[in-house]
Write a protein of this length. Structure first.
Length: 203
């Protein structure tokens, strides 16, 4: 009987617009979806990979999506000092076959998203506008933001203001404000005349 030979794990880094974050891209599907871990406590509950990354003192945030991990470093650390070590660390972890995200996270995430969806704040008369905004964000904005190792979620719509939550490399990124204002806000204003402003909130 022939034993299937697993292809080696390949990993490379990509810069993101946020100087504090770096994208570690692999040739394996790590998690189909988005998993944003901003605290060690959340990582400990739901992601063995994020937990061991948080165990390292230089790590301040972990975002896992499809075939990449976006790591946010502590502001006082330098990528040149820690990048290669982190790259090897993630490569070895993926090669080990250990769990990336625990079973059950999807259900928890769905519950949180359902609660978030139920809490989305908009007037019933704006339902059509909100549907249009969410569709534009999901179709055009999310894929572009994902390329940079981040994510964006619609949060609420009040009096012409669209509130969004930035995740991964977009969270706390100086240039995400520019992206938000010149890119996302510009597009939404063109496509949905009722939109006055797009505002980022902490997730």
């Amino acid at each position: 009987m022939e034993t299937a030979i697993k292809s080696p794990v390949l990993i490379y880094t990509e810069q993101t617009p946020n100087p504090e974050t770096l994208k570690f891209v692999t040739n394996r599907m790590l998690y189909q979806g988005t998993a944003d871990f901003r605290t060690a406590e959340m990582a400990e509950k739901y992601s063995p990979l994020a937990k061991v990354l948080f165990d390292r003192e230089e790590v301040n945030g972990v975002y896992i999506c499809n075939n990449f991990v976006t790591v946010t470093k502590q502001p006082d650390r330098n990528w040149q000092e820690i990048m290669l070590e982190l790259k090897d660390f993630i490569k070895n972890y993926v090669e080990s076959g250990e769990d990336i995200i625990i079973a059950g996270f999807e259900e928890v995430k769905e519950e949180l998203e359902a609660a978030h969806e139920a809490a989305i704040d908009y007037d019933e008369k704006d339902a059509e506008i909100v549907a249009k905004i969410k569709d534009l964000i999901n179709t055009y904005v999310k894929p572009a933001v994902e390329m940079d190792g981040g994510n964006i979620e619609f949060n609420k719509y009040v009096d012409g203001n669209v509130y969004v939550i930035m995740q991964g490399s977009c969270s706390g990124c100086p240039s995400s404000t520019v992206t938000l204002k010149s890119g996302i806000e510009g597009m939404l204003k063109r496509m949905v005349p009722e939109v006055k402003e797009v505002i980022a909130e902490m997730g």
